[in-house]
Design a protein around this ligand. Structure first.
Ligand code: ATP
Length: 276
């Protein structure tokens, strides 16, 4: 069980005047600080999948970084199985498997070498490490490329390796930040199935996404963040027909159209990697 109450995080700005010059001043910019997250609460029970959604810049990544222990909140608390994450020596942090855009993985090592390295770093015995590698390669459909260097993989393959690295120590809580963004259909499908398997194994799973169809397919609970604040927490059905949902869908559609050009060039790079 993960419970999050009243989280807030602000960042000191290097150039506080930048926003005012362009005329696009976010209300979260006040004085020398940008208040990325002002008031976020949510909870996720074992065997539940919670989808975290919100427009670009809403504060999802900042929230997830606080939930995983990477960022220290200015206010609020994150409680995992009754223990506060940020008042601890690191043992609670180990209960979290966190995937982000900056998940560290060694590009010059193969997928398997990476998993063995990180497994040992988490203190797994060699035999347990082997067991985990076998299971993850099968679950994430990585057998065909487990002996290839990460450097030579397509983004979909790389993301599956990142996920395996994030959960190699069998964490109690799974937190994924935009796990399928920019990926091909097959990798997306594999990752969604993996999330479902974690749910079936009784773990709480929280993941952020811009794809509403992934939310309706997988999530039991929905958490919506708007301008750094929790706007909705609860079952998907109750939110789906609301006026907020219609406005949010429109925002996502506009953002999706803007990102199509970027996605197109990423796909081209993937094809090159697959051919190599
Ligand atoms: N270190 C930082 N310093 C200043 N501002 C920051 C910093 N990190 C994040 N922000 C700002 O906080 C806001 C929230 O960022 P965040 O990355 O959490 O949003 P998001 O909802 O994940 O967005 P996206 O969907 O685009 O990934 C953004 O306006 C961002 O520019």
């Amino acid at each position: 069980m993960i419970e999050v109450k009243g989280l807030a995080k602000r960042f000191a700005l290097e150039n506080p005047k930048a926003g005012s010059e362009s005329g696009h001043r976010d209300p979260r910019q006040r004085g020398r600080f940008f208040h990325s997250v002002e008031q976020v609460s949510l909870s996720c029970k074992p065997g539940e999948v919670l989808g975290l959604i919100g427009p670009n810049g809403a504060g999802k990544t900042t929230t997830l970084r606080m939930l995983s222990g990477v960022l220290q909140p200015d206010r609020g608390e994150v409680v995992i199985d009754g223990e506060e994450l940020h008042r601890d020596d690191g043992s609670v942090r180990r209960k979290v498997g966190f995937l982000s855009a900056t998940t560290a993985i060694y590009e010059r090592l193969t997928v398997e070498e990476n998993l063995r390295y990180f497994g040992q770093l988490y203190g797994l015995t060699p035999s347990l490490c082997d067991e985990r590698i076998e299971a993850l390669c099968s679950q994430l459909d990585m057998d065909d490329f487990r002996h290839r260097r990460v450097l030579d993989l397509s983004s979909g393959m790389k993301q599956r390796a990142n996920i395996a690295r994030a959960v190699v120590h069998q964490p109690k809580v799974i937190i994924f930040d935009e796990p399928t963004t920019g990926l091909d259909i097959m990798s997306t499908e594999t990752i969604l199935q993996f999330i479902d398997s974690q749910k079936q194994a009784g773990r709480p799973v929280i993941f952020s996404t811009h794809h509403l169809e992934e939310v309706s397919l997988l999530c039991d609970q929905l958490s919506v963040i708007l301008v750094g604040r929790s706007n909705y927490n609860g079952p998907l059905e109750a939110f789906a027909g609301s006026r907020d949902a219609v406005a949010l869908r429109r925002t996502f559609m506009q953002q999706h159209e803007r990102s199509m050009t970027v996605a197109g060039s990423m796909e081209a790079a993937d094809v090159q990697a697959d051919l190599a």
